[in-house]
Design a protein around this ligand. Structure first.
Ligand code: SF4
Ligand code: SF4
Length: 318
């Protein structure tokens, strides 16, 4: 079987001499799914991409290929009582992870959604009595004593100040499920769970069928309907192959817990920026990690736990 190096060699023969672009395209065309690449093939892909991105963004771009470290299982916990809905995590995530930031339809991508919800009163006795009269359709349970007109979670909100009176906030993003439905349905197996926990995507193999988007119960995946808008000066040059490297039109993307940072013992950008310390991240296999201590001591729940997707993203309150 032909290796990538020999194919690249053949490509160079077919391309006019010095036509580096054609050779790169040829090599990319025959690139294996990252999951199946040898270390040598990964290094070749890395060098090729670093060269291409550096030229494209007029700066030195690094494409990390560091793999999972033994003894690590990443986990995340978010304190829903602390979140003030400032959306700093959303903005930090966009900047760190090279998300598209255009203004036209389909050009703006945000992996984190902070849902604003109305504070209500949950009364077990009233559970079988339906919703209060005159409020129309409500989502989210028997919200008695409604304080405003917010009947379901909203993520496009622009208050003058946060936190708002009578509002509560629930940030959501990829839950890095242990049994991810998105992985099960991918026809080209380009999305898969890494050994240290995160569910990743090899963008080069994504065919944009959106099966994973339909399968995800947490609305965590985004589709690049257009060529992503990523200005040169705003591009973050510290990237990971399976993470924040620039994406292309027609592929799906999502949160990967900042692999370019977390595989080097740094916090994800959202954890670092949160002004109230609502976000905790660490190694679930280490009982002394912050996230393990949260799970051991706090009131913890997982979103849609009944679906048995086993998220490694936990919510808690004191
Ligand atoms: S940065 Fe922290 S407080 Fe602000 S919205 Fe995100 S989680 Fe909530
Ligand atoms: S939250 Fe959605 S995208 Fe993330 S691993 Fe689970 S099913 Fe997949």
């Amino acid at each position: 079987m032909l290796g990538l190096s020999s194919l690249m060699g053949t490509g160079a023969l077919m391309a006019p001499e010095g036509d580096a672009k054609a050779a790169v395209e040829w090599a990319e065309h025959f690139q294996k799914n990252y999951r199946l690449m040898t270390d040598e093939e990964k290094s070749e892909a890395r060098l090729r991409l670093e060269k291409r991105y550096s030229e494209e963004y007029s700066k030195k771009v690094a494409v990390d290929i560091t793999g999972p470290q033994p003894g690590m299982l990443m986990g995340y916990a978010l304190n829903v009582r602390k979140c003030i809905g400032c959306r700093r995590c959303v903005k930090a995530c966009v900047a760190e992870n090279n998300q598209s930031r255009g203004e036209r339809p389909g050009e703006r991508i945000e992996w984190i959604q902070v849902l604003r919800m109305e504070r209500g009163e949950f009364s077990q006795e009233k559970m079988d009595q339906g919703y209060p009269e005159g409020l129309g359709i409500q989502v989210g349970g028997n919200a008695y004593s409604p304080a405003g007109q917010v009947l379901e979670g909203q993520y496009h909100y622009k208050p003058e100040a946060v936190p708002e009176k009578d509002a509560t906030y629930m940030p959501i993003a990829c839950m890095q499920c242990e049994k991810p439905p998105c992985v099960k349905v991918c026809p080209v197996r380009t999305t898969y769970r890494e050994g240290d926990g995160p569910v990743v995507i090899d963008y080069n193999w994504c065919i944009g069928c959106k099966m994973c988007m339909n399968a995800c119960p947490y609305w965590a995946r985004r589709f690049n309907l257009t060529t992503p808008v990523l200005p040169k000066d705003a591009m973050n040059p510290v990237t990971h192959y399976l993470g924040n490297r620039p994406r292309m039109r027609g592929v799906v993307e999502k949160c990967h817990w900042c692999l370019q940072r977390t595989r080097h013992n740094r916090y994800p950008a959202c954890v670092e920026v949160c002004p109230v310390g609502a976000r905790k991240f660490g190694n679930l296999l280490d009982p002394e990690s912050e996230v393990s201590k949260v799970l051991a001591r706090k009131n913890v729940f997982r979103l849609k736990a009944e679906l048995n997707t086993y998220p490694k993203f936990f919510y808690f309150y004191d």
